[in-house]
Design a protein around this ligand. Sequence first.
Ligand SMILES: C[S@@+](CC[C@H](N)C(=O)[O-])C[C@H]1O[C@@H](n2cnc3c(N)ncnc32)[C@H](O)[C@@H]1O
Length: 292
Amino acid sequence: MNQDTSTTSALASVLATGQQPSRLQRQGRYTPESMRHPGKMLPAIAATVIKAFTRAGDLVIDPLCGIGTTLVEAIHLGRDAAGVEYEPDFVHLTLGNLLHAHNQGATGTPQLACGDARNIATIYQALHGKAALVLTSPPYGSHTHGHIRSGRDNGGGKIVKRNHRYSTDRGNLAHQPLPGLMDGFGRILAASATLLQPGGVIAVTIRPIRVKGELIDLPGQVIDTAHQHGLVLVGRHVALLAGLRDGGLVNRASFFQMLETRRARERGIPACATAHEDLLLFLPAAMLGGRS
Ligand SMILES: C[S@@+](CC[C@H](N)C(=O)[O-])C[C@H]1O[C@@H](n2cnc3c(N)ncnc32)[C@H](O)[C@@H]1O
């Protein structure tokens, strides 16, 4: 499907992707055990982007596929899909989700590899020039908010976090300090771009993070990194994590996000809970020719 800077702007500037809480978006569509992944993409974000930039039969790739949200939504929409994930445990969960989708009537054909996405151009050599869309999201640091086990769940004990870490394997980009993460992610974007068909789009979802109270502009860093790796930003959209109701936002931030926000405010930092992801759209500069 041919795409250029004018067609990428066909997507609304604000996407109502948080109308249902994440848990309900996944209920019955993903295996219960796959919920334990600490940094999943909202299925509605994946589905919205796939519908906007591909047609049935097109190929969608996620080089950092986690539990396979991009792949599952793609094959439900009749697209083919290919993913790479570093952690064998998450590959296993993705396989379960793909099988589940297939049993529910998903018609697209998926491919999955366990490996380092920095090598995706070699892993999927046969897919060079074939993808209509690369849709992905980088891991943001080794610790995430994860899930909580409340005092009520554990017999009155204190609230504990669980599922809040990627593995302890240092090869996982989640364990890299920010410059290393951006370097690795840039290499993954550049390698993924070689898999795009002419007019194919790279879409990245990302949000700012707070480290020791300081707001880190990850979307800005991804834009810089992508640019250094030969990609041109052609669209920037808001993919809502919050719901929209009666002209206002419905907060869907987790317990720990709210707790962190409250603590930051108590320290005088004007923090807010995150209500959206940035959806960044890139085209390879080489494909834009003289138009960039
Ligand atoms: C933000 S998560 C993606 C989640 C995914 N979008 C989903 O909804 O399931 C990023 C994933 O990248 C994986 N990862 C980290 N470094 C990697 C690498 N070098 N190659 C492939 N995958 C990697 C992590 O294990 C994690 O599952």
